[in-house]
Design a protein around this ligand. Structure first.
Ligand code: CA
Length: 225
């Protein structure tokens, strides 16, 4: 599972990451409110492990932002023993569970797994192309059964390509799909180029075929070689 660890205590953050990576999870980190805000806006996670007391803000506001953007990311709150009220507020505004510090790593891992398991009981839609599989309900993409660590834009791009397989998609249509139609196109072409390049790199690194073809002067085509 792909996890985000939001925790400003460096040693704690590191041990959580080491433990959960050992258990096979992909871990990303944010050390303050600002970093967490940016990460959660650009990515989706199976579970966000969220410390409430951050140096530059309250973790509860991250939950509020996530719920506002209709994110499906699951949230496990970490809180100090004294802040019962924070825990209750957190659960009320949409966190899935909480854990009081200090805790054992095995307990944390059990909670994370239990939260993530809940999603497996929700029906999901799959879109597949050879060794690539996208679960649209969970906003996750897999290659050869391995979870791909994609940014939200890369995920959207992959799904757009798969929905338009064997067809030429113009750079303009990609810009519209990724940013809506009220952006200045010329400024966005460089971003399209970068996102396509990064997506291709990640697919190749996960032993996928080279499906994204450049059609010079037009855009791209997602197809078998
Ligand atoms: Ca803290």
């Amino acid at each position: 599972m792909k996890l985000l660890i939001v925790e400003d205590e460096k040693a704690l953050s590191r041990s959580i990451g080491e433990y959960l990576k050992m258990e096979g999870h992909i871990c990303e980190f944010a050390q303050n409110y600002h970093e967490a805000f940016i990460k959660t806006a650009d990515n989706t996670y199976n579970c966000i492990i969220l410390d409430i007391g951050l140096p530059d803000g309250n973790g509860l506001d991250i939950i509020r932002e996530l719920k506002k953007s209709k994110s499906n990311d699951r949230i496990l709150i970490l809180s100090a023993k004294t802040s019962l009220e924070d825990k209750l507020t957190g659960l009320k505004i949409g966190a899935d569970d909480y854990l009081t510090k200090p805790f054992h790593m095995s307990e944390l891992s059990a909670r994370v797994n239990s939260i993530c398991r809940r999603d497996n009981f929700v029906g999901f839609n799959e879109v597949t192309f050879n060794e690539i599989m996208v679960r649209t309900d969970e906003h996750q993409a897999f290659a050869n059964d391995q979870l791909l660590n994609l940014t939200r834009k890369e995920y959207d791009l992959l799904l757009f390509f798969m929905a338009n397989r064997d067809r030429i998609v113009t750079k303009e249509s990609i810009v519209e799909h990724l940013w809506g139609d009220n952006v200045i196109l010329t400024d966005s072409f460089d971003f399209v180029y970068t996102h396509v390049k990064n997506l291709r790199k990640k697919l190749l690194a996960n032993n996928c075929g080279n499906y994204i073809k450049v059609i010079y002067g037009f855009g791209y085509k997602f197809c078998e070689s």
